[in-house]
Design a binder for this molecule. Sequence first.
Ligand SMILES: C[S@@+](CC[C@H](N)C(=O)[O-])C[C@H]1O[C@@H](n2cnc3c(N)ncnc32)[C@H](O)[C@@H]1O
Length: 346
Amino acid sequence: MVWCLANYSTKLLAVSGLGHPFLMSGEGMREGGGGDFHHRPVLLEEALHYLAPGAGRTVVDATLGGAGHTLALLQRGARVIGIERDPEALACVQSNTDLQAYGEAFESRRANFAEIQGVVSDTAPDGVDGILLDLGVSSHQLDTAERGFSLRADGPLDMRMDPGEQLTAAVVVNTWGEADLARIFHELGEEKRSRAVARAIVARRASRPFERTLDLAGCVAGVVGRGGRIHPATRVFQAIRMTVNRELESLQEALEAAPRLLRPGGRLVVISFHSGEDRIVKRFMKRHSAAEIDRPEWPAPRPNPEYEFKLLTKRAVVAREPELAGNPRARSAKLRAAERLGGGGR
Ligand SMILES: C[S@@+](CC[C@H](N)C(=O)[O-])C[C@H]1O[C@@H](n2cnc3c(N)ncnc32)[C@H](O)[C@@H]1O
């Protein structure tokens, strides 16, 4: 728990401006190096605007992380149910006295947010007024070399948000076929040299399997080449991490559950950092916010049986200049929000 306690410094409390230092952004975070903990919850004001927290409202923060969003929700009088799959992050949050001060207004569960339905049935059987998903990894996960997410600090090839899961980065890198590796690098990493990288990995592992992050990063960099703002292995690491944690699948499952869990007027707010994630969110909200659907073969449009939301954001909301200046990690963040329609008001 050293990382957790180490983050509780006066300086960081001042930097966060929210009384909680373990503030972070999601994917798109590049390791700042030098122990830079100037992380803030991304798109915080925008998330609060759409979640409209207040007394009597219950919000699920399904990606608790360092609880930056959660703390702000509690400060505005909401009850918060936090979900986090990373036991280290959860332990840190649970020992946070700022949060403990809110007593029963805050509770947390270790779970994958794909299981959000079970968590809500247990904690708020009448439904909730808000669901927040702030996707990706935390700075804690990135900055802790032993977790194996880091491109710059050597660690085991792990990358599991939940260490109880079986699949690790080492398994993917050392046992998956070349075509499958190339596919994830292309689809999840948008790596232009996906096939060449997969080929190089398969050739290298034949003589010596990959065990360490820097070894893999070096191999990838040897193919992709240096240059540009980000580390040349960033896209490949992202693809492996998203595969190991089944990130797109979990997102889809949580979204599908949301209409059943939100009370009429309840808000769904999703912050994503990856084009594949944003596409899933956009399609989901579009599919559920159309009153009618039309097909060329139909004589007339028909009512959409999945019409359950009013879209609150026609376009994705992105971070504005003041936030970008203070937190460059917000630059790839996109927020989308939708409101659950009232029972009889469709
Ligand atoms: C970007 S951070 C959230 C930061 C948080 N909003 C804050 O203000 O501190 C994402 C967190 O969600 C967690 N997470 C990611 N996918 C998850 C999933 N499927 N289920 C539960 N937690 C998940 C990660 O472990 C990480 O701690």
